[in-house]
Design a protein around this ligand. Structure first.
Ligand SMILES: Nc1ncnc2c1ncn2[C@@H]1O[C@H](COP(=O)(O)OP(=O)(O)OP(=O)(O)O)[C@@H](O)[C@H]1O
Ligand SMILES: O=P(O)(O)OC[C@H]1O[C@](O)(CO)[C@@H](O)[C@@H]1O
Ligand SMILES: [Mg+2]
Length: 557
């Protein structure tokens, strides 16, 4: 039988990484019971915006990561053979006397046909599925899905949905499926849409969302609720939640949004409110850790193919022509990497994780010359965050940030195009033609494709089941193909990035034949560095399993 471990047991566990723990102050820990007090706050507006003005500032401040919860607030359960469950909070952690009700799904004709519909309360999902004979069982997350008992009566639920950060294909599908799922599965009719991101809680109107209102929205790109960056004022947001009587908050957004959701949850818990806070990860950059991949990513990669095709057609038709395509990817180059791998027309892919250089042996210019001599054309794909250190050297760096504190990047596509043109003009080696294609917003403003739509539906349903079952303070997402509830601190502890010592990047290098731009010493250093990163050790073996089994499915991305 698993046991809840004490902090001392936890720190002795070798198989999990506990984030650094800040001092535990009992005075600030969870309240003992339901409290009606409120609005005593003035200390917690941790929006990066509070340090900036007008959405554009002179000092870049990437969103600060909220500190991990005190270890006493982390729900770590250990079991035999190195089993560890990193559990998510539940409303009953701080409201122990909440009543439960039978799940109305058991009377739902559509779902009653399922043999074992309710998830076993002990079901968990393993974070690492490639193991050796003597491996410890390792970290697990609570399996998502419907529970036999729920903590909300249908007519008691007042849910709200908010979308924050940049656009992403599938936002409308998630909104639709939350509204319809709540309605059809749990008989919930009160769902409010918060307009314009976090600041909409206190500065904008709301929309009443019904299955009829959302019926067709999955066919449209964008978000019917609107979105924004900045404006995260925890106290004002929680005041608004309290004032409106909202008790389920569905927050759809990227890494910044999930950090915001974590502090909203902490404040709700501090106030002792019966309000479930659920994060649904959204990012076309795919930069959220732990989960297999984020919704909209597949659609974005598919859409990027159109730009790459155009670059290929153009470059093939004109002598010594280079097609340059810039794709999104601020800190993580997954879109560029997968678009390149999918296309097979790309000769060089540059991403933020893999530094490159222009001049000299092994440099980009030398490779371009070689390609043009051999084939008479080439396609170069560059992620927007690639080579930013080179741009800073050659341009006056502005160090500006957006309203959320994300560093504003220089246009690397224009920069590299100009550099290539200058190089060939200067060296008189050959006359070249360069076509620059920048499909930036086109790949994220489209509606989600069929598989993303199904994925969004599952995310929405998992989120709803979790909230109804009284879980809170979690992000939902697939871990090794199974949907799970993941504590906010695990999602927020780092950004998911392409690991350039993984096989996937090697596959890319071998498909394009481009230089790695790394000297062997650098590769050795990176290997050591990445072996010590917890997530890498999770990523690596997974690829191996697929291969060992002779199955070439997409590994964790
Ligand atoms: N550390 C933080 N604490 C509280 N709120 C935050 C934090 N970081 C970002 N936010 C808030 O989250 C919202 C979205 O953040 P951001 O603009 O960085 O987008 P995102 O969610 O990361 O999405 P994406 O980058 O994929 O477009 C903003 O309203 C911002 O104020
Ligand atoms: O111009 P916006 O709307 O701030 O969004 C741009 C950013 O959003 C993303 O799509 C997601 O973070 C990045 O790739 C990109 O840098
Ligand atoms: Mg982000």
């Amino acid at each position: 039988m698993p046991t809840v471990s004490s902090p001392s047991t936890i720190s002795s566990l070798a198989s999990i990484t506990i984030p650094k723990v800040r001092c535990f102050d009992p005075a600030n820990s969870s309240p003992a019971g339901f409290r009606h007090r409120r609005r005593s706050m003035n200390h917690d507006d941790c929006s990066p915006e509070s340090s900036v003005s007008n959405g554009s500032v002179t000092v870049a401040t990437d969103s600060p990561t909220p500190p991990p919860p005190p270890i006493a607030d982390m729900k770590i359960v250990t079991g035999e053979a190195g089993y560890v469950l990193e559990d998510v909070p539940r409303l009953t952690d701080y409201l122990p006397d909440l009543p439960t009700y039978p799940n109305p799904l058991q009377d739902n004709p559509s779902y009653s046909v399922v043999k074992q519909y309710f998830v076993n309360m002990d079901d968990t999902v393993a974070q690492t599925i490639v193991v050796q004979k003597n491996s410890p069982r390792g970290t697990h997350f609570r399996r998502a899905g419907p529970r036999q008992k729920v903590y909300f009566e249908s007519d008691e639920v007042h849910a709200c949905i908010v979308t924050c950060g940049g656009l992403c294909p599938g936002l409308n599908t998630v909104i639709r499926e939350i509204v319809c799922g709540l309605h059809h599965m749990y008989g919930v009719s009160k769902v409010l849409g918060i307009e314009g991101g976090y600041k909409g809680f206190y500065a904008r109107n709301t929309i009443t969302l019904t299955p009829k209102v959302v019926n067709d929205i999955h066919k449209r790109g964008g978000t019917i609720l609107g979105t924004s960056r900045g404006g995260h004022s925890t106290s004002k947001i929680v005041d608004s939640i309290e004032d409106r009587g909202i008790n389920q908050v569905y927050i759809i957004g990227g890494d910044g949004t999930q950090k915001g959701a974590a502090v909203i949850f902490e404040e709700i818990r501090r106030r002792g409110l019966k309000v479930a806070v659920i994060g649904i990860p959204k990012t076309i950059d795919n930069d959220i850790p732990v989960i297999d991949k984020s919704f909209g990513f597949d659609t974005a990669v598919e859409e990027a193919q159109r730009a790459i095709n155009a670059a290929h057609v153009e470059s093939e038709s004109i002598e010594n022509c280079i097609g340059v395509v810039k794709l999104m990817g601020r800190n993580s180059g997954f879109i560029a990497m997968y678009a390149t791998l999918a296309s097979r027309d790309v000769d060089c892919c540059l991403i933020p994780e893999s530094p490159f250089y222009l001049e000299g042996p092994g440099g980009l210019f030398e490779y371009i010359e070689k390609k043009l001599k051999e084939d008479g054309h080439m396609v170069l794909v560059i992620a927007e965050g690639a080579g930013q250190e080179l741009l800073s050297e050659s341009m006056r760096t502005m160090h500006q940030a957006d309203a959320s504190g994300n560093k504003l990047l220089q246009d690397v596509g224009l920069w590299i195009s100009q550099k290539i043109k200058d190089h060939f003009a200067r060296t008189h080696k050959m006359a070249i033609n360069l076509k620059y294609i920048d499909p930036t917003y086109m790949i994220r403003a489209v509606p989600s494709n069929a598989s993303d739509n199904v994925y969004c539906t599952l995310l929405a349903h998992s989120a709803i089941h979790g909230a109804m079952a009284g879980y809170t303070g979690f992000t939902v997402g697939p871990v090794n193909g199974r949907h799970a509830y993941i504590p906010f601190y695990r999602i927020n502890e780092r950004q998911h990035k392409v690991v350039i010592t993984d096989r996937m990047w090697a596959r890319l290098l071998s498909s394009t034949n481009q230089p790695s731009f790394l000297d062997p010493k650098e590769v050795a250093r990176k290997k050591i560095e990445e072996t010590h990163e917890p997530e890498t050790s999770h990523d690596q073996p997974e690829v191996a399993t697929a291969e060992q089994n002779g199955v070439e499915h997409l590994p964790k991305i």
